[in-house]
Write a protein of this length. Sequence first.
Length: 368
Amino acid sequence: MKETRLVAAIGVAALLAAACTTQTSEPVKVESDAKQLSGTIAFLAPNQTVVRWSQFDLPAMKKSLGSLAPGMDIKLYNAQDDATKQVQQAEAAITGGAKAIIMTAADPDQTAAITAKAHDAGIPIVAYAHEANNSDPDYYVTVPFEQIGAESAKALVTTMKPRQQKIRLAKIYGDPAFFFYSEQAKGHDKVLKQYVDAGDINVVCEADSIGYDTSNARRAMEQCLTRVGDKVDAVLVTNDSTANGVIAALANDGLAGKVKVFGGYDAEAGTIQQLLAGNISTDMRPPYDKMGNAAIEILVAELTGKKPDSALVNGTYNNKKKDVPTAFLPNVLITPDNIQQTLIDPGILSRKELCSGGPAVATSFCKG
């Protein structure tokens, strides 16, 4: 996974532009053969630690399926971060007559058995969000991960550089077993390397949070603070669960809001509350609706003997076995100023979820 590289048919800038075209492309037409489809699509989710699978992605898939193939339904399986259990769930889904599989890998390096079982059963399988290495998915639906790291690092520089010449930075990352990790790190480095080389940024701590687990991130930040005390100005994280752990550790030492945190990803309600309260500076989210719709469009096309729209499947990802046809969809940057437009208006979060408790209650957003 650490050695996995994104291989697209076009350059990154062109790829992002192509990905953006999916925002305006129309869904595949629901023809009579699609309306005649019946049965179940299995959604193999990796865990419950990250809430997006059940709260955002699944509803988007259900909505799209209801429009494109209303005779079908979708069933969620949760592997609880156990790759062996996920294989067993795939077997159960196939035995139960699943017509297709959407797989978010519990361990991207242990997906070959699942893709093989799907193909043995003659059903299509789409890798979703997490990559599927050394295996044989039919398609992959994801976002450009390097962009996430680059945007987080840019926010850090834009916020911190005008305030002080020297920045003492802690890096509390996620799980290096995932492509998400290495690609984000590449994005960080592309932006920050010049400042590190010039001595304007000094990395005082570096640690990982295995499984992207909040408690692991908190422990890593606590250990950092034990070593350096309050001699840290900013923390770079890789998603909401790592951000929440870092903020909890900072709060315990009276540093929440004083030490700036950058790099949230997933748009969980608790992290957006921290964003409103000023305890994290930016967040990002996948385009859940577009990702869920893309996975369903691809499978409906496959189940009706067609190929997905080329505007949707706009690149490839090399998974160390093959170049997997891939739908890359652009991320959404979230700031305190655009929460209404990026989260509430699309129905991802509600004002009540953000303002009924937690650190955002006293903010102008919740009082307004």
